[in-house]
Design a protein around this ligand. Structure first.
Ligand SMILES: [Zn+2]
Length: 88
């Protein structure tokens, strides 16, 4: 397994949606040989652990109003301004 395949299919591995035990063993074998992908797994594990242990955050009522407005009337990400003044 190459790192690109590991990263591309990692979510499926982590979510245990890969049923083929041979494929799962290939992920585990890759992590035993590749420090970067093993580190990736560690960082994801740490992030998931932190999120699971965090207190639930309550959004303010103003947030929901702003979210609804943004969904219904999205602003363009990149605004292009056009200069209409004549060249000098
Ligand atoms: Zn790798």
């Amino acid at each position: 397994m190459r790192c690109s395949e590991f990263l591309r299919r990692y979510s499926d591995f982590r979510d245990e949606t890969i049923d083929d035990p041979l494929v799962r063993r290939r992920f585990i074998a890759h992590m035993s040989l590749c420090g970067r992908c093993a580190r990736y797994q560690e960082v994801i594990d740490l992030g998931v652990s932190l999120l699971r242990s965090a207190d639930q955050i309550e959004a303010s009522p103003r947030f929901y109003a702003r979210l609804a407005a943004a969904v219904l009337h999205p602003e363009p990400i990149f605004a292009v301004s056009v200069c209409t003044s004549p060249r000098s």
